[in-house]
Structure formats: structure tokens, C-alpha cells
Design a protein around this ligand. Structure first.
Ligand code: T1G
Length: 701
């Protein structure tokens, strides 16, 4: 055994206890300890063995930090074989979340019991992997091919009761004293003469699988793969479970697992897994920074954003009061919330009763006097700095001392807003992404005077409402929207240079973006960007700049909401259709501007759109607006649907090679001028040193 695995015989039952905080990951010492404990149990007077874990959860998977390094003995399959071949029953006792290799350990046991609050799952697909220790061979044998495919390609955890109904576990234990209940369950099994039940002894009748099932699954999964290859390989493994004997199926699974663990897609997705958790750590914030209690929240503004934000808090049981300027606006705002919940209920994703319980947590008022007891206010009104300052001055007097005052602004100066109050240390930004009740990213914007406990509280409450939080400093557009400027600019410049909207968007969607920038503009409304540009004084005086967006808006083509923008939209199906009128308009504009059109490669489209993003990211790092390159990656994957299989813009830049990125930016600078293509000093420095953003980040710790 090892210091993280103990073994003791209690009342004739051998108990193996794993204690490897924080999640009992299957590090080498854990694998070694379990193997030795199982081997010991074969020689002692125990009649059965219970495998359990200390701490908050059963084994939550292989140790992801070990991937990419030479594997160490014993390999997990060896441990599972020892369990499966035990001469006495081995019973997994599950609490918390038995995930990945952890659930695969449980599946190799003869029986599985769990407390009611436990969940089991195979989330490897979220890391660009597949269950590599028998999960794809055992789950179909007990739960059936279709259920196995859904479970493993979705990666979603399954609650204990449902897992029992699916045959994935044998017993849901009463109470919460897992060890005692598991020992009692083991003794019951022995008393009833329960056999050594091995999942490998179950075979699947191929006739039970509909013809074409696997081909149809591949086609369906390919549609939403966005550069991920693991779903396809999972289908192959489950097909092997049907068509091959167990050991050959395990061999096939191992081959495909090895392919995935070595793939760039999995490296990118594992990077995002750790980057998301790293982003929650604020380097200069002491771990013991106190957190303020948030028991009641106010939202100022009942628009789409305000409604979505209110739902985030109601969804986790926190009472919310929505403030609007008059009863009509308030009713409209509360109506948006009811409508959104109604859609969720209609989709069958929430019960009517659940919706009612959440709606009861949401109240409304037009009187700031009702804010006296709230702990957190989030302002979500129109993007106008003067209006926001006026509101914060009112909040300053209406709210109790210690209430946190947050703005949801996308662009405005948080320091200027804080200065409108007598408590700038209680003020910060909490920038949600639309739709706020769906999008996971939350940019937490730290003002110059924001207190440490206010920042720590915002990061914690953000996680509590299910958001992935990234801290940003104060600048125009913070991290995400500031970087987006060049991406959107070049998408439109490419039109003048000779691309159609479809060419630009298809190149980026083929890369893995959920939606190309021009289609995204049509979705958000081209008039939004148009109005924002009118207010800006820092843009170059260049007739080409956002030319097509401006022309289309002035023609009344605002995008989906007017039925046409860069594309036209079928009024029935809302399908995105190429519009020859726009394509000839682009040619006309290019001619008027004297821009010579040419054939443009997909590679240039990607470079022209992504390299400004990367360059701005380098400036953001130099200015300390973002703490680390991986924080920027988290912003883009969770806020802008950048494909996780590419790891985010900064990770992607490292894969391309910063010298290649830098040289190409210099080429574009020479062709298009320094207004748009001015290499960031950090990018230049790293490129010339042959270094990477990852190496730079490691030196910042
Ligand atoms: N390996 C290494 N570290 C891990 C880890 C893992 N599997 N899971 C979590 N951590 C770290 C995490 O980085 C963080 O570190 C701390 O634990 C707390 O995590 C062979 C190949 C279990 C639901 O994909 O989903 O098994 O930031 O903040 O919110 O077929 O962690 O504190 O330094 O997320 O309470 C499959 C991944 C692996 C599960 C808990 N398993 N983990 O959530 O805590 S591949 C997974 C999670 C595999 C087999 C295959 C969650 C959690 P730090 P946390 P949490």
C-alpha cells in the first residue's frame, strides 16, 4: 500500500481507504496502494472487500497532470484486472462524484453501492479523451449501447438513483455513513450467496443494435464536434464492445485512447481544464481574504441582460429584487424572466414547480428605498457613462454600508463609475455575457480602488452562480471585447479585399468557431456596433474601416432582426442565406475605395482575424489587464465560443509559433499600415527569443 491508501479488516470485511486530496485522483501512488491492498486481501481472513475514499469524493479520475509524461507502473488496467480477478467480492462504496478512471475502478468491482447524493460519470470527452480503462466496454454491457453512447459522448454525470436504474450501480444506500452502510451491504451480499459478478462476463447481442446505429451516431456527433475527434473514437470503442470479445475490445479502446492522449486537441482541452481553475486564483489576493455574505441581490435595469442576471441568482436560491424606472418597464423586465423560464419548462429542462419556486425569489420595485437591505447590486442599464454615474450616486445613498456595487458595463470606465460614489472600494465590474443566464463567462473587473474582500466576494459569488470567472483590469472593453475589435475589423476588411461573407465565416467555422464574425454581427445587430463606433473618438479616419457594416446599417439592414444584414434570413426557417445583392455591393464599395480585389486563402482569413486578437492579448498582458495568457484563453473559450479543441487564442498562438505570428503581423503591417498592424512589444520580444506565452507565464509566478 502507500501513504495515500490504507487497508484494514473490520468485522471480517477488508476496507481499502483512499486518501489523496483534493479529489482522490488515481496518481501512481494511489494505483500502487490499491493494487497492494487487493493483493493483501487475497491472503487474509476477510470475506469481502470494500473500496472507499476519504474526503469529499470517491476517485474523480486519473491524475490529469500525469498525461503527457511517461506512464508509471502499475498502469490502471493492471489494477482493474487484480480487482476483477479477486477471489472474494470487491464492493465500491461511492460518494461525491466517481468520475473517469474512478468510475472505471468501480465498474471493475463486483458490486457498486452509493449514497443517494453521489453521482457517477465518464467525462473524459471534455478533455478530448475517452474512458481508457474499460469504461467503453463495461458500460454498454450493463446499461446498453444507446445509454452508454449518450453517457460517454456527453460526459454528463448520472445521479445515483438513475445510475441504479441503468444498472451502473447495484444499491443506493440509506443515510450518509457510507463505510458502515457499505460494510453492512457487503455482509448482506455474502449472506445471500451473491456470486462474483464480473461485467466482462456479459456479452452484447449484436442483433439488439439497430442497423446503421453507429454510422448515424458518427454523423450526428460530427455536426457539433467543432474540431474534437474524441466523440468519433468513442463510437468506435462502443462498436468494438458489441463486435469483439472483452479483451480485444479493451485492446481497441487502449489503442484509441493512446491516439487521443497524444492528440493536440486533448492537449488543448486539458490546458483549458486547468486554465479555468487557475483563473479563479488572484495572484496578489491573500488566500485568507474574507468574503462578504451575499443573501440578497438587486439588479438595476430589467432589460435582456438584467433579466438574465436576475435568473442566475434565483437559480441558486438567492432572492433578487429588480429595479426599473417605472411600473411599465418593471413589468416588461419581469415578463422577460417569466418568458425565459417558460421556454426552459417547454423544452422539458425544468419543471413548472421548479420555475415557480425560482420566480417566487424574484421581486420588483421602482423605489431605490427598497435597496436598503441588499448585499450586492448589479447595474445593467444602457451603455451610457453619465447614466451609470447617476445611478451609482443614487446607490451610494440608498444602499447600506458594505453593500457591493457592481456594474455590468461592457466597455465603460469602472473607475469613473466608482468615483461617482463615496465608496469606490465597494465598486467593481461584473461583466456578464448575453444571454446572461446561459453564457458561463463572467469578467470581474477590478477598479483601482476595489477592496480585496469585494474582489474575492465577486469571484466567489460568480462561481456560486455557475460562472467561470476571470479577473480583468480596467480598460476599454476589458479583456474579451477589447481583443474582439481587431477580429471584427479584419472580417469586414477581408470583404473589401475580395471575400464573400460566407467565405470569411466558413473559414472560421471550419476552424471551430461556433459562428463566424459576420453572422455573429447579424445576430447581435449591426446597429449595435454602428452606434458604439459613433461614440468613439479614437478610431483612425479610414473610409475602409467597418465600411460594409456602416453601409448595411444605413440601408436599414441591421441583421437578423430586420431580416437581412451581411446575409438574408428566411422569414420561416431563419436560415442564413447568401445575398447576391450584398456581394455586388461589396464589389462596388471596393471599387469606390480603389481596393483591388483578389483571391484570399482560408489560411489568410484565419491569420487576418486571429492575429489581431493575439496581438491585443499580448498588449493586455503587458499592461497587466489580464493576469496570465491562460486567463485570456478562458475568456475566449467561455465567452466567445473559441473552440476548446484549439485551447484559446494564446495557446493556439504558441502552437502556431510566436515567430510565425509575429512575422505575419509584420507582413500585414507593411501591406496595410501600422494603424491596425503594430506588433505588441511582448510578442516581438518572445518571438525574437523563440519563446512562448506559456514560458512567459511560468516566469511570472
Ligand atoms: N487530476 C488532477 N487534478 C484534478 C483532477 C484530476 N482528475 N480533478 C480535479 N483536479 C484538481 C483541480 O485542478 C483543482 O486543483 C482541484 O483538484 C479541485 O478541483 C483513465 C483517462 C471532481 C467535479 O475529468 O470534474 O480518468 O486548482 O476546482 O469544483 O479513463 O474537479 O485546487 O490546484 O474542479 O469541487 C477524468 C475532472 C480524468 C474529472 C470537482 N476525470 N475533475 O470539482 O473542484 S481522465 C475528470 C472535475 C480519466 C480514465 C481517464 C472536478 C470535480 P487546484 P475543482 P470542484
Amino acid at each position: 500500500m502507500s501513504e495515500v491508501v490504507s487497508y484494514e479488516v473490520k468485522d471480517s470485511i477488508g476496507v481499502i481507504s483512499v486518501n489523496n486530496p483534493p479529489v482522490n485522483a488515481l496518481a501512481q501512488v494511489v494505483r500502487e496502494g490499491i493494487l497492494k491492498a487487493v493483493q493483501t486481501a487475497q491472503q487474509d481472513d476477510s470475506e469481502a472487500v470494500v473500496l472507499r475514499c476519504e474526503g469529499r469524493t470517491f476517485i474523480a479520475g486519473a491524475d490529469i497532470t500525469e498525461f503527457g509524461k511517461p506512464p508509471k507502473d502499475p498502469w490502471l488496467p493492471e489494477v482493474l484486472t487484480a480487482i476483477e480477478n479477486s477471489s472474494k467480492p470487491v464492493i465500491a462504496a461511492i460518494h461525491g462524484t466517481a468520475l473517469g478512471g474512478g468510475f472505471e475502478v468501480a465498474l471493475a468491482c463486483h458490486y457498486r453501492c452509493a449514497i443517494a447524493s453521489a453521482k457517477v460519470g465518464l467525462p473524459e470527452v471534455n478533455l478530448g479523451l475517452l474512458p481508457g480503462a474499460g469504461g467503453t466496454q463495461r458500460v454498454p454491457r450493463v446499461a446498453g449501447v444507446k445509454a452508454a453512447l449518450d453517457m460517454i459522448t456527453s460526459g454528463k454525470p448520472v445521479p445515483a438513483a438513475k445510475a441504479r436504474d441503468m444498472g451502473l450501480i447495484d444499491e443506493v444506500l440509506a443515510g450518509e455513513d457510507l463505510e458502515a452502510a457499505a460494510i453492512a451491504y457487503a455482509k448482506d451480499l455474502l449472506a445471500s450467496g451473491a456470486p462474483l459478478k464480473r461485467i466482462r462476463d456479459i456479452s452484447i447481442d449484436p442483433a439488439t443494435v439497430e442497423p446503421g446505429f453507429f454510422d448515424e451516431a458518427r454523423k450526428r456527433l460530427a455536426k457539433r464536434a467543432r474540431g474534437q475527434i474524441a466523440p468519433d473514437r468513442i463510437v468506435s470503442c462502443i462498436q468494438a464492445a458489441v463486435e469483439l470479445p472483452m479483451d480485444e475490445g479493451l485492446q481497441r479502446e487502449r489503442e484509441l485512447f493512446q491516439e487521443l492522449v497524444a492528440s493536440p486537441e486533448s492537449a488543448a482541452m486539458r490546458h483549458i481544464f486547468f486554465a479555468e481553475r487557475q483563473a479563479a486564483k488572484i495572484r496578489d489576493l491573500p488566500r485568507e481574504t474574507p468574503i462578504r455574505d451575499i443573501n440578497k441581490v438587486a439588479i438595476i435595469g430589467g432589460g435582456t441582460m438584467g433579466g438574465g442576471i436576475a435568473m442566475c441568482f434565483a437559480n441558486v436560491g438567492i432572492p433578487v429584487i429588480m429595479i426599473e424606472i417605472n411600473d411599465e418597464a418593471l413589468e416588461r423586465g419581469l415578463g422577460i424572466i417569466r418568458k425565459n423560464y417558460g421556454i426552459t419548462v417547454k423544452k422539458g429542462k425544468m419543471s413548472e414547480q421548479h420555475m415557480q419556486s425560482r420566480l417566487e425569489l424574484i421581486s420588483g420595485s421602482t423605489d431605490y428605498g427598497d435597496l436598503a437591505d441588499v448585499d450586492l447590486v448589479i447595474e445593467a442599464v444602457f451603455e451610457n457613462l453619465d447614466l451609470k454615474k447617476e445611478i451609482f450616486a443614487k446607490l451610494d445613498t440608498a444602499c447600506k454600508p458594505g453593500a457591493i456595487l457592481a456594474t455590468n458595463t461592457s466597455y465603460q470606465d469602472v473607475n469613473a463609475i466608482a468615483a461617482a460614489t463615496s465608496r469606490p472600494d465597494d465598486v467593481l465590474g461584473m461583466h456578464f455575457f448575453s444571454p446572461a443566464n446561459v453564457m458561463k463567462l463572467l469578467e470581474v473587473v477590478r477598479g483601482d480602488k476595489t477592496a480585496d474582500d469585494v474582489l474575492a466576494t465577486a469571484m466567489k459569488i460568480g462561481k456560486a452562480i455557475g460562472k467561470v470567472c476571470v479577473m480583468s483590469g480596467v480598460c476599454y472593453g476589458f479583456i474579451g471585447n477589447r481583443m474582439l475589435g481587431g477580429y471584427g475589423r479584419e472580417a469586414q476588411m477581408l470583404l473589401l479585399d475580395g471575400c464573400t461573407p460566407r467565405q470569411v465565416d466558413s473559414a472560421l467555422e471550419k476552424f471551430g468557431m461556433a459562428m463566424g464574425p459576420l453572422a455573429m454581427g447579424d445576430l447581435a445587430g449591426l446597429d449595435v456596433g454602428y452606434k458604439a463606433r459613433q461614440a468613439r473618438t479614437d478610431l483612425p479616419d479610414d473610409p475602409r474601416l467597418y465600411r460594409m457594416g456602416t453601409v448595411l446599417v444605413e440601408m436599414g439592414r441591421h441583421g437578423q432582426k430586420t431580416g437581412s444584414g451581411f446575409y438574408k434570413y428566411d422569414p420561416e426557417t431563419r436560415a442564413r442565406l447568401d445575398d447576391p445583392e450584398v456581394e455586388s455591393l461589396i464589389r462596388k464599395q471596393a471599387e469606390d475605395l480603389g481596393v483591388e480585389q483578389r483571391e484570399i486563402s482560408e489560411e489568410e482569413i484565419l491569420q487576418r482575424c486571429f492575429y489581431p486578437l493575439i496581438n491585443e492579448g499580448a498588449l493586455i498582458l503587458e499592461e497587466g489587464i489580464a493576469q496570465r495568457p491562460s486567463d485570456i484563453d478562458v475568456v475566449y473559450v467561455y465567452g466567445y465560443a473559441f473552440p476548446a479543441a484549439k485551447g484559446g487564442p494564446m495557446f493556439y498562438a504558441d502552437q502556431v509559433g510566436l515567430k510565425n505570428v509575429y512575422d505575419k503581423i509584420c507582413e500585414f503591417r507593411d501591406r496595410y499600415g501600422e494603424d491596425y498592424w503594430k506588433p505588441a512589444p511582448l510578442l516581438k520580444e518572445l518571438a525574437e527569443k523563440g519563446s512562448s506565452f506559456a514560458e512567459w507565464a511560468a516566469q511570472q509566478k
